[in-house]
Design a protein around this ligand. Structure first.
Ligand code: ADP
Ligand code: LRH
Length: 492
């Protein structure tokens, strides 16, 4: 008997992938069947996601999944980046391309939001960090436009794709928590604050939880992908970071995680949200995870800093090869130039080398002079920000850790993994790279009865079937000094 096969659709900010996982008692075997670039498009001055191209990538991936499994997959689960949404009209047609969370339409909006609901109150109600891209700010920015007036429904990105695949609309809980309109304590909409902001949360269809049935692939989708029906779509942790944290191969609860891709999401898994004023001041967020967990974490700019440098260098006619750049960065002396990798000045797209150079100059650090020096500056800065997030999260939550897990594309970056181990003074366990797909697939497999158990049991299956790398910490003194310097630079 072949183990059951499930398809994970995992859309990251830099690429989308469809991964087939074969799951049975004691086995999880992943095959990437399709990967496609995720390239945003600026139209009329507004940065959009190319949602139809992404949907085409999903269909292509499902067709490829069918080819590899004789058309027989048991289920599909979808996860993607958080906060963004599409608006639908009364007949369910998409009104315009979803806007990218890095677009500038929310400039100045948080100030308007906080005038109506003070930041402290919004944090107490939702537990979500201040970030200009949160759905709440995007909805307030969109309010008053003809498009918004015509909208009857809002669907978060993975829910929109699931709607196109199944015809059924729902709002998956882990991603809903990133809207800054949900109470992470109750798992219900925070209607009190939403109303004061003129937002009707009923525009989001009913909530569903990871593991809930989310419909069956439509007949036209089955025909187009050559899959044999019925194929169930299961709600997974549809926020990619929720699925990635479910896919962390941790043992017990004394661990920190860093989901390292376009962003670094660094923090802890807790039983309950931390909504103190200290926590708000430190800009920690309380997003919901699978099985009622809370992802208490900080957003750090992550590999975005490097991706945007690479885009700029290519634009200037001097493209860089990632592997060559990583090797060259390893030869640059460490900790010479550091930037604050949490600084929202790095959020928008555009000439990243210049912004990094400006930040180094302003801090009195040597300005990186070549791509390898920029890369080193970025990895050291990320490692320092990882350390601060891991330490602060423990202090603010009272939950101690003895291991740091790095999952996602960045788990392949040995320089960053070692620097993070050194900076944190803790062992780093790196991998799996495709943790989000694993978390996605295991939640589906459990819903279908192909595996059973708690989140801890799913993680133990990952530990038994995947081979992570371990990086042991080497002397942390240089990092202690760097952390002090960085703290002294920040405005109080
Ligand atoms: P996202 O899900 O946000 O699109 P990923 O988890 O796919 O991101 O991670 C992408 C990042 O991983 C890239 O920006 C790149 O810097 C890093 N990465 C990818 N492959 C490698 C590799 N072989 N070695 C080191 N780093 C890598
Ligand atoms: C990572 C991610 C992150 C969010 C950001 C918008 O892909 O989902 O967790 O904060 O995108």
């Amino acid at each position: 008997d072949q183990p059951a096969a499930f398809a994970a659709v995992d859309l990251g900010a830099s690429s989308g992938r469809v991964i087939v996982g074969r799951v049975g008692p004691g086995t999880v075997d992943l095959t990437e069947v399709h990967r496609f670039p995720n390239t945003p498009v600026r139209v009329g001055g507004v940065l959009h996601w190319d949602i139809l191209s992404l949907y085409a990538g999903v269909l292509h991936g499902l067709r490829e999944a069918a080819r590899r499994t004789d058309g027989r997959i048991s289920g599909v689960g979808i996860d993607s980046w958080a906060v963004d949404y599409g608006l639908l009209d009364a007949r369910g047609a998409l009104l315009g391309n979803p806007v990218h969370y890095r677009d500038s339409r929310t400039d100045g909006i948080p100030e308007q939001v906080y005038a109506a609901v003070p930041a402290a109150e919004l944090y107490a109600a939702t537990g979500i960090q201040h970030a200009p891209f949160n759905t709440v700010h995007q909805l307030v920015a969109a309010r008053g436009t003809p498009q918004f007036a015509a909208a009857r429904r809002a669907l978060l990105i993975p829910d929109l794709l699931a709607y196109w695949l199944t015809g059924e609309a729902g709002t998956e809980l882990t991603n809903a928590s990133t809207t800054q309109l949900l109470d992470p304590g109750t798992g219900e909409w925070a209607d009190g604050v939403a109303k004061r902001l003129g937002i009707d949360t009923a525009m989001f269809p009913p909530l569903r939880r990871p593991g809930d049935h989310a419909g069956y692939l439509r007949d036209d989708v089955l025909a187009e992908t050559c899959l044999a029906g019925p194929v169930a779509v299961t709600a997974v942790g549809s926020h990619d970071t929720a699925s990635a944290v479910a896919g962390v191969p941790a043992e017990g609860s004394r661990f920190a995680y860093i989901s390292s891709g376009t962003w670094s999401l660094a923090g802890l898994e807790l039983d309950a949200p931390v909504r103190t004023e200290d926590s708000r001041a430190a800009n920690f967020t309380n997003e919901l995870g699978v099985d009622g967990t809370v992802r208490y974490l900080r957003n750090i700019m992550g590999h975005w800093l490097l991706q945007e440098c690479m885009r700029q260098w290519a634009h200037e006619g001097r493209p860089q090869d990632l592997h060559g750049l990583l090797a060259a960065a390893a030869d640059v002396p460490p900790l010479r130039s550091l930037v604050d990798a949490g600084d929202q000045r790095f959020l928008a797209p555009g000439d990243m080398p210049r912004r990094i150079a400006d930040a180094c100059r302003a801090a009195g650090d040597p300005v990186p002079a070549c791509p390898a020096e920029f890369a080193r500056c970025i990895f050291d800065s990320l490692a320092l920000a990882h350390r601060e997030a891991v330490l602060e999260a423990q202090r603010l939550s009272g939950h101690g850790v003895d291991t740091v897990h790095i999952v996602g594309g960045g788990a392949q970056n040995a320089l960053l993994c070692q620097a993070t181990a050194d900076a944190c003074g803790l062992p780093v366990v790196a991998g799996p790279v495709e943790a989000a797909a694993l978390g996605n697939i295991l939640v589906q497999a459990r819903a279908h009865g192909a595996v059973d158990g708690t989140l801890g049991d799913l993680r133990s299956l990952i530990r038994r079937t995947q081979q992570p790398d371990t990086y042991l910490p080497r002397g942390a003194q240089a990092w202690d000094a760097a952390a002090e310097q960085m703290a002294a630079r920040r405005p109080r």
